[in-house]
Design a protein around this ligand. Structure first.
Ligand code: SAM
Ligand code: F3S
Length: 456
């Protein structure tokens, strides 16, 4: 049996894309996954260039598998993702042993690219953006467990001044409504109970209403409508989405929090900074006041809503006062979690030309302060859950103790709890993949502990 080794860098979108590469190459080339590059017939690097010196890291990793190609000339080495998209043929020029270079929107063409590499003897590069073609060429999703990710859109058209995504993944393209709903209904039929709708800006999802479907014929379905449709699928009991943009958080989406109980009370809404001067330089398109007003409206619609966010610390020219404004926003909103990083200049983005004279040590100090405060806020939320009953989707045996079960709460916390494994092992294994009520008993460093509440 031929084997595929795949190394993934970066975000959830890349994790999702890597799973799709495994599905496609499994279906077309009968490749199965291996964790050892030495055993592989195909080695893929799915790269990310959102932060860090990603390009150099890729060439470093390629250097480490180069010798395998010398030992096995039939080995195929491929580079995909955002670095591939940015560098294209330059990857082959610098590392001629690379066989295929493909972008986030051409991963479905991998079998054809590999085939062409074998027949022509020449390296293949395809980093185009063929709109929505990618979705039409995917084999049916493989399901493991009761949760699944569903990609609903590709790319981003926001062009924040610091970000490479619009250049590497292309502009926003929404996947057709019917395709999304058919995929989710198929997942529900395979016992999936929770879906996470995935994209760079899911709340920018739009789809034209087909002629005849609506008298006006020109109206557009929006993300709020998509949420309603997913909500109507009977076996889907929980809906999450990530990530979303404050500018796209319409009144209709806010209203969805009042109307759709399956939508979780946990929202990831990247704010990036709390200084209006910095937000403007980032080209985010909102002020701190507008962001806070949005959170207030959402909490009116859903009083127990917890909010997590992305922050960039040390954007060029960030002053002490700018950073204090970010800390003030954190106090005002009360966040539950953060993906926070130091600004990293990305070649080709407008912010890369700005003077960045804040010392690195100061940036690191600011980041540590921000993360410490958000961790404290998250702990307060966790502690407030002690004694409450939470609806938990059981994912499987606990990682720490296989005698116990682990699941996730609505607000995305892992809860480890004792099933009745000894007294009723069959019932315990039946709990996996279903929702149970768990009474929270303690807060641990990265999880909660609880007790199963048995139905009378
Ligand atoms: N849709 C999201 C939003 O509304 O901001 C953005 C998704 S972006 C791919 C993921 C995160 O990477 C951003 O929220 C930002 O915090 C971070 N990021 C992007 N470019 C960055 C850079 N040049 N330096 C540091 N962090 C960056
Ligand atoms: Fe990047 Fe801004 Fe889009 S952070 S992914 S350009 S919303």
């Amino acid at each position: 049996m031929k084997k595929l080794y795949i190394r993934t860098f970066g975000c959830q979108m890349n994790e999702y894309d890597s799973d799709k590469m495994v599905d496609i190459l499994g279906a077309n080339e009968e490749l199965v996954k291996t964790d050892t590059p030495e055993d592989a017939d195909v080695i893929l690097f799915n790269t990310c260039s959102v932060r860090e010196k990603a390009q150099e890291k890729v060439f470093h990793d390629l250097g480490r598998v180069k010798h395998l190609k010398q030992a096995n000339p039939d080995l195929i080495i491929g580079v995909g993702g955002c670095v591939a998209s940015q560098e294209g043929a330059a990857i082959v020029s610098r590392a001629p042993y690379v066989d295929v270079v493909f972008g986030p929107q051409t991963l479905h063409r991998l079998p054809a690219l590999i085939d062409k590499r074998r027949t022509s003897g020449r390296s293949q590069v395809d980093i185009s953006f063929p709109e929505i073609e990618k979705f039409d060429n995917m084999p049916p999703a493989r399901v493991e467990g009761a949760t699944a990710f569903v990609s609903i859109m590709e790319g981003c058209s926001k062009y924040c001044s610091f970000c490479v995504v619009p250049y590497t993944r292309g502009e926003e393209v929404s996947r057709p409504l019917d395709d999304i709903l058919t995929e989710i209904a198929g997942l529900a039929a395979q016992n999936v109970r929770e879906v996470t709708l995935l994209g760079q800006n899911v709340n920018a999802w739009r789809a034209p209403i087909a002629r005849g479907e609506h008298a006006a014929g020109t109206e557009i379905y929006d993300f709020a409508f998509l949420l309603e449709c997913v909500h109507d699928i009977p076996d889907i009991e929980r809906i999450r989405y990530t990530t979303s943009h404050p500018r796209e958080m319409s009144a209709r989406i806010v209203e969805a929090y009042a109307k759709l109980p399956k939508l979780v009370s946990n929202l990831h809404l990247p704010v990036q900074a709390g200084s209006d001067r910095v937000l403007a330089a980032m080209k985010r398109g909102y002020t701190t006041l507008e962001y806070k007003a949005l959170i207030r409206k959402l909490r009116v619609a859903r009083p127990d809503l917890t909010v997590s966010s992305d922050f960039i610390v040390g954007f060029p020219g960030e002053t002490e006062a700018d950073f204090e404004a970010t800390m003030k926003l954190i106090e005002d909103v009360g966040f539950d979690n953060s993906y926070s990083f130091i600004y990293s200049a990305r070649p080709g983005t407008p912010a890369a030309d700005l003077v960045d004279d804040t010392p690195q040590a100061l940036k690191l100090e600011r980041l540590a302060r921000l993360q410490k405060r958000i961790d404290e806020q998250a702990t307060v939320i966790s502690e407030s859950m002690v004694g409450s009953q939470q609806r938990v989707l059981v994912e499987g045996p606990s990682k720490k103790n296989p005698e116990e079960l682990a699941g996730r709460t609505d607000n995305n916390r892992v809860v480890n709890f004792v099933g009745d494994l000894h007294t009723n092992p069959q019932r315990t294994s039946r709990l996996i993949g279903s929702f149970v009520n768990v009474k929270i008993t303690a807060v641990m460093s990265h999880s909660l502990r609880g007790e199963l509440v048995l139905a009378d």
